[in-house]
Design a binder for this molecule. Structure first.
Ligand code: GAP
Length: 502
């Protein structure tokens, strides 16, 4: 069980240990932007690599792309973002403070406000006498605010050179759909995947990495033949998985979420298609495979008023953050909306010839698992964070695959520094390793625990004679003695075994 801490305490921990800093803090930072430190960059890279391995490398039906951040602005006209990617904003009549309307209502009235229209927001603000949190004055009528960051491309700084920073990675998978499909000779059903930066000019960035203006996404567009919407060949892999489900109906009837098997959710038509069920279960499985705590996840269906214009059905994977259940991953059934939009706007045929049905079809995106890297980064940190009162230090029980540093190596005393350093140089070729010789051995173990190093090796006086060292487990603190000649093999075994309770 992890120790509960607030998001502010997590931000302070991340800064103190070198995971994440406010961006360019020496100049006062910039709201919604963060820099990753020496441990943060490793944890983030490991997280992305694990995602890529699970979703792309180990599957035969998904290939990746890496699209550009700035692209032809027509892409965003076709997708609807240039016109419609908006949040409603409240502005104070006196101090002109600007606040995102739905989250402000949710925080103050503890009611769901996602998807509320402008009229309803104005009415709710008036009826509940909500005031500006800064100067306690009234608000103006709510306004729409477009979240797209704009820039200019090239030396001409006018409207003809206007472009956007992408607000999602997804669209590049649609614009490159035909090229990738042909080049990789993909046959339905198949997916395209991408990891990369996204930018949104959020009205009220907050909760540390949870809502920032620059972040990363790991997204998949999974395409099927629309005729095969009820035929998912992978459903048996997940049908017995249990997951906490919060359907639109349960929310409307003010019921509690229910723990259900995937097959029962399908049988009772709570999740409409086996494809959507498969992807929801698979994503949950990915988090659990990397040590996330299973009780903190649920899947919640969007209410009709919340659904984006393109979505037939949307479920969010939610996680219980210290500030409540919040979206971790969106998963919309986007049908053929995007491909059709790009066919119309680019006047390019993006349909594919399907060998099975012997006809040209515009495939359906039956599920778009869209996950934030930064929110996942927080999830793994929250679930790993243990304030161990017995040891008197924090133990960050990160899964070995995610841990930024895999090994610490220490000489018992400074006299043994040279021999230990030799071993350190060898181990460093294969594992992320740190050498530490300062302070007591207990202090060094504690420092290693705090940054999640799974295994620590100590070189002692006996090591000179018996050519062995001790390996200490972060999680159990138990130690085993291992011959140096077998050290690499043993370490690999322990790290791959993922259990550190030897
Ligand atoms: N292509 C679909 C899409 O972008 P979304 O629900 O807007 O859907 C997907 O975003 C995911 O991206 C979210 O579930 C979240 O994990 C992450 N995300 C979105 N906005 C974010 C922000 N401002 N800061 C950090 N992560 C964000």
């Amino acid at each position: 069980m992890s120790t509960k801490i607030s998001i502010e305490e997590m931000a302070a921990f991340c800064k103190r240990k070198g995971f994440v800093y406010p961006s360019a803090e020496i100049y006062g930072g910039l709201s919604g932007f963060f820099d990753f430190g020496h441990l943060g960059v490793e944890l983030k890279n490991n997280l992305k690599q694990e995602w890529w391995k699970f979703h792309v490398k180990q599957r035969e039906d998904i290939v990746g792309i890496d699209g550009s951040i700035i692209t032809n602005p027509k892409v965003w006209q076709a997708s609807g973002h240039a016109e419609n990617f908006e949040d409603l904003m409240l502005t104070c009549t006196k101090c002109k403070e600007k606040i995102r309307a739905d989250t402000f209502i949710e925080d103050n009235l503890k009611v769901a406000a996602d998807g509320m229209k402008a009229d309803e927001i104005n009415k709710t603000v008036k009826e509940n006498n909500l005031k500006c949190p800064k100067c306690k004055s009234d608000f103006e009528e709510v306004q729409e605010f477009n979240l797209m960051f704009t820039t200019n491309v090239g030396p001409k700084q006018d409207s003809s050179s206007k472009a956007y920073l992408r607000p999602e990675t997804a669209q590049l998978m649609f614009t490159n759909f035909k090229l990738v499909t042909d080049n990789a000779r993909l046959k339905l059903p198949f997916g395209l995947a991408q990891i990369g930066k996204a930018f949104r000019n959020e009205i009220s960035p907050r909760d540390f990495l949870f809502r920032c203006r620059e972040f990363e996404q790991m997204e998949i567009e999974y395409f099927i033949d629309p005729e095969q919407i009820n035929n998912c060949p992978y459903i048996d892999e997940v049908k017995d998985h249990e997951i906490l489900i919060y359907s639109a109906e349960m929310q409307e009837k003010k019921q509690k979420p229910k723990l259900m098997k995937i097959k029962d959710a399908l049988k009772n038509k709570i999740i409409k298609t086996p494809w959507h069920a498969y992807w929801l279960a698979l994503e949950y499985k990915w988090f659990l495979s990397l040590g996330a705590s299973k009780d903190k996840f649920r899947i919640r269906q969007h209410l009709n008023k919340e659904k984006s214009h393109y979505a037939l059905d949307t479920w969010d994977m939610e996680y219980e953050f210290p500030f409540g259940w919040k979206e971790l991953q969106g998963m919309a059934n986007r049908a053929d909306f995007d491909l059709k939009q790009h066919i119309t706007h680019s006047k390019t045929d993006l349909s594919i010839f399907d060998e099975e049905s012997k006809q040209k079809i515009v495939p359906y995106v039956v599920a778009e698992p869209s996950l934030g890297v930064d929110r996942s980064f927080l999830v793994f940190l929250f679930d790993a964070y243990n304030d161990d009162k017995k040891r008197g230090n924090i133990v960050l029980k990160l899964h070995p695959g995610l841990a930024p540093i895999k090994l610490g190596i220490f000489p018992l005393v400074n006299k043994l520094k040279d021999e230990t350093k030799k071993l350190y140089s060898e181990l460093k070729q294969d594992f992320e390793t740190i050498f530490d010789s300062s302070g007591s051995i207990g202090r060094r173990y504690a420092r290693a625990d705090e940054i999640g190093i799974p295994l620590c090796i100590t070189f002692d006086f006996d090591s000179l004679k018996d050519k062995s060292v001790t390996i200490r487990s972060r999680d159990s603190t138990k130690q085993i003695r291992v011959k140096i000649e077998n050290l690499k093999e043993n370490i690999t075994g322990l790290l791959n075994n993922k259990k550190l309770d030897f």
